[in-house]
Every structure is written in C-alpha cells, then in structure tokens.
Design a protein around this ligand. Structure first.
Ligand code: N01
Length: 483
C-alpha cells in the first residue's frame, strides 16, 4: 500500500503538518516518530530549568491558543503537555506511529520507499521531513571524554536516575541550555564548576507568572490573548532590524547587556570573565534573570582556562589543574549547521542528499531540494531565527507544503521537483542578504558550518518568509502529470 503522505517527526512541525493535512481533507497520512510520545525537542530536553526563551503566547500554534500558560516563558513540562494535548485535540492519534525510526528513504518508481529500523518499510507519494533543526546533540571533541568514570550526559539526554544532590558537578558550555540548567542545579549540588569557552551576551528575561484572573480573561475573551500575541510578535519583529538590516544598531543592545552585567555582578574579576568579546547577536542572545546570581553563589565557580582533557576523575585544564568532579553535564549544543540530512535520503537518479549538501545544506524556501521530488523539509535550511518564534515559521512552511500537496492532488500531478535554477537564484539572493547580517560578524556559532556558510538562519523579517510561502508556486517546479 502506498500512503499519500508520510510525515517523519511529531514535534511542533509534524503536529502542525498533521493539523493542516486534516484541514485540507487529506486523511491518508501517517506521522512516525522514533520517540514514545509526541513533542520532539520538548520531549527530549528534560534538563532542570528547561523553558522556552520566547514568550509562550507566541511560541504556540496560532490555531491552538493556550489560555493557561502559567508564566510568560512557560517551563518545558507545560510546553510538552501542550503538544501532547494538541496531538489529541487535532485528532492525530489514529495517524501516529510512535517508536518508529526511519533509517533510509529512497525515491523509486514515483514514490518514497522508507526503511524502518528493525526491518519493515513504508511507501508514500509525498515525504515530509519534520525532524527538527536541533535534534542531534553535539558531543565535544575533548580528548579522554570516554575515560570519565563518573556520570556524564548531554543536556538533551538528561539522566534522571543520577542524583546530583551534594555532588561536585561540571557543566561544559555556556549557551542557551547551560544558562537554564546552571541556576536550576546550583542550589542542590555540592560544588558547581561552569566551564566557559566564550562568554555570551545576556539580557534580562523579565519572566513572571500569569495569574488566574488574567488566564480567565484569556479563556473568556480569546481576542485579548490574540492582542498580546500580536504585541509580542511585532515587538520581536523589530529585533530583526539590528540583526539583519542595520547591524550597527546592535550597539544599543550591547550597551544594555554591559549595563546588565555591571549591575548584576559585583566582583570585577568575575565581571571581566563574563564580558562578551564578539558582536551581539552573532551567537544567540540569551535572556536570563537567574544566571548571573547563580554564578555568584559560594558553591559555584566559572572556569575560563581551556579544557585540555577529560580524565577518569574529572577535567584537566591547560594550566595543569585537574578539577575532580562526580558528574559532567555536556551543555555543548547540537549539530546545527553541520546536521545534514535527517537520515540517508536518495533522490532522483540515485543522488544522495548529504552528497548534494557537502558544501552546506541548501533548499528552495527551506523546503524543497532539486532532484528530490515530492520531498518537503520542515525547519529546513535557512528557516531558523535569532529573534522570534520558530512556531511562526513552521506554520508558514506547513501552509506552503499543504498547498503543494493539495495542488498536486487537484491537478493530478504525480511529481513536483523544484527547478535547479529556481533553487540557485533563491539561494544566491538569500546568501547575499546573509552576508550583510550580524551573523556574518565573524564569530563561530551553530548557525554556520566549519567553512563559514550560514545554513540555518532566515535573513530577514518573519512576515517576509510567510509572504513568500503564502501559497505553493508551481512555476518554480518541474511537474510530471498523471493525466
Ligand atoms: O548550545 P549552544 P545550546 N569545550 O551551541 C560550548 C536552542 N535552545 O544547547 O560558544 C568547551 O548555544 C560552546 O562554547 P562556544 C537555541 O536556539 C533554546 O545551549 O562555542 N565548550 C557553548 O557555550 C540555542 O541557540 C532554548 O565557545 C564547548 C556551548 O557549549 C540552541 O538551542 C533552550 C565545547 C554550546 O552552546 C543551542 O543551545 C536551549 C568544547 N569542546 C536551547 N563545545 C529555549 O529556551 C561546545 N562548547 C527555547
């Protein structure tokens, strides 16, 4: 049997895709996911302190508002519960196949043949890869990593069985995950050593609870919540100006960041360690109210001497000191720009997607890749953001893909394959714009590949992307018809 659509991944983007397909009257689809529940990154990232750093009124589906967010920046458990509820409310359970890992996909005889781990296969006319942009943890290339005798785990693979109470713990990395986990575990561990390679730009987060009365208003007057969402959206959209249009304006934010550091950290030596030395925005700007206070606790130290190796007892830094610890938390991020295809994908004429992407991933509208017919990527190349909610981008992309599938069905098209020239000219313009953004300021980040190509971020306002993807544009595609 050949399915009409196979969606791989049941996180925000896979669930949105399912919702859209149902709305378009397409019921012959399956959503598969390797995990034992929906939720994607919000299922996997269970580290203490995990929360969204974009306001929840915006970081949620526009078509499934949640009046009951308990805070401006909801904690992970609430976001995960929201996604589980969405799967039920959208009527997606009958379409879900969990604990199913895809190991390979190949376009053969006009359909995608998809192989499953442990044997078995599925066939689908259309394949939608909704596997997430940050799903593969990056382990640091530090000599001796495997020799450590204590507990060691990545933030995205938190080990709940490992009690950290009273222990000596090291956290490697000071990115978005670390600044959440450090304040959460600092009060309960014995000693906490934070290994910092690059100090990040940090701004106040201004998180606060949302009281029962406000929530009741949102429940009774949904327009009030929509208004708040619109306010957050447009305020965040303004941030795209310094990041993508006028980078010199980031100096305003840098001043704010320096003042925040100065008034938060009293000790000049610690302040000097924490002062960022790259252009703000070049790496993700981190909102946190509790990170600087956590670093000033008597049981916490920031280690800035670079790491030489990991030993069975702990971490040896380049000054020869061995820092003995019981546990190491790797807050070292994800594969990001280097991620490549979510699984081996073979397109038309036996082309391998990773080989096509050897100089960095590229797609048309972050969605279609020439030579890979009927394959649509969600959160594909250059759809990520430094300033706003990915859920907005996902909704735009899902609308486009659903329209493509619907157009194929209505017009009796068997195959759509983006034209190489359409993809090339789209990417020429995209990369010309990226060269003028703050992300080209020269710092290393997960946004760029080792050779410096930014394969992850959208270089402008999110409404531009929504406009470009408002409907499927068949003229950019080569079409094979059934009729
Ligand atoms: O990862 P990161 P993350 N030795 O890549 C350091 C999203 N997110 O998991 O900067 C020593 O930002 C590395 O140092 P440096 C969000 O989009 C969202 O924190 O490369 N250190 C850096 O400090 C975010 O941008 C939320 O010098 C090493 C850190 O590890 C993205 O996920 C929450 C090292 C990695 O930081 C990734 O964030 C969390 C080494 N060998 C994450 N290797 C929300 O709130 C790496 N580092 C929605």
């Amino acid at each position: 049997m050949t399915l009409h659509v196979l969606v791989v991944g049941a996180g925000f983007s896979g669930l949105a895709m399912g919702w859209r397909l149902r709305r378009a009257g397409i019921d012959d689809f399956l959503i598969v996911d390797a995990g034992d529940e929906v939720g994607g990154t919000w299922r996997d990232n269970r580290y203490p302190g995990a929360a969204c750093d974009v306001e929840s009124h915006l970081y949620s589906f526009s078509f499934a508002p949640n009046a009951d967010w308990s805070r401006r920046f909801a904690p992970r458990d609430e976001i995960f519960a929201y996604l589980v509820r969405c799967a039920d409310d959208f009527g997606l359970r009958p379409h879900l196949r969990l604990r199913t890992r895809i190991v390979r996909a190949a376009f053969e005889d006009g359909a995608w043949r998809v192989s499953l781990a442990g044997g078995g296969e599925l066939r689908a006319r259309v394949l939608v890869a909704a596997c997430g942009g940050l799903s593969r943890p990056a382990l640091p290339e530090i000599p001796g990593l495997e020799t450590f005798a204590g507990a060691m785990f990545h933030t995205a693979r938190w080990d709940d069985t490992c009690a950290l109470e009273g222990k000596a713990v090291a956290v490697i990395g000071t990115g978005a995950s670390a600044i959440q986990v450090v304040p959460a575990i600092a009060p309960r561990v014995g000693r906490l050593l934070v290994f910092q390679r690059t100090p990040a730009w940090i701004l106040p987060r201004r998180d606060r609870g949302i009281g029962p009365r406000t929530r009741a208003v949102y429940r009774r007057v949904p327009a009030a919540q929509r208004l708040v969402r619109a306010w957050i959206y447009w305020r965040r959209e303004l941030l795209a100006i310094p990041l993508t249009v006028a980078p010199p304006l980031v100096r305003v934010g840098e001043r704010q960041g320096r003042k925040f550091l100065a008034r938060s950290v009293a000790d000049p030596a610690l302040r000097a360690k924490l002062a960022p030395r790259y252009t703000m925005g070049c790496k993700r700007v981190l909102p946190a109210d509790d990170y600087y206070p956590a670093l000033q606790r008597p049981n916490v130290s920031v280690v800035t001497t670079s790491i030489a190796e990991i030993t069975p007892r702990g971490i040896r830094t380049n000054d020869g000191t061995e820092h003995a610890v019981d546990a190491i938390v790797l807050a070292t991020g994800f594969e990001g720009a280097e991620q490549g295809a979510p699984f081996p994908v073979t397109g038309r004429d036996g082309q391998d997607l990773n080989a096509v992407w050897r100089d960095g991933a590229e797609a048309y509208l972050g969605t279609s890749v020439a030579g890979f017919p009927n394959l649509f990527l969600l959160v594909g190349p250059n759809t990520g953001l430094g300033h706003s909610s990915m859920v907005f981008m996902i909704e735009a992309q899902v609308r486009y893909v659903a329209d493509a599938i619907d157009t194929m069905r209505r017009r009796g098209w068997r195959r759509v394959d983006v034209r190489p020239d359409a993809q090339a000219s789209y990417n020429r313009r995209l990369h010309a714009r990226l060269a003028r953004t703050v992300w080209a300021a020269g710092c290393d980040s997960w946004y760029r590949t080792r050779t410096g190509k930014n394969t992850t971020l959208w270089p402008g306002f999110t409404f531009e992307f929504a406009w470009r993807t408002r409907r499927f544009d068949p003229r950019a595609y080569l079409v094979v018809s059934d009729r």
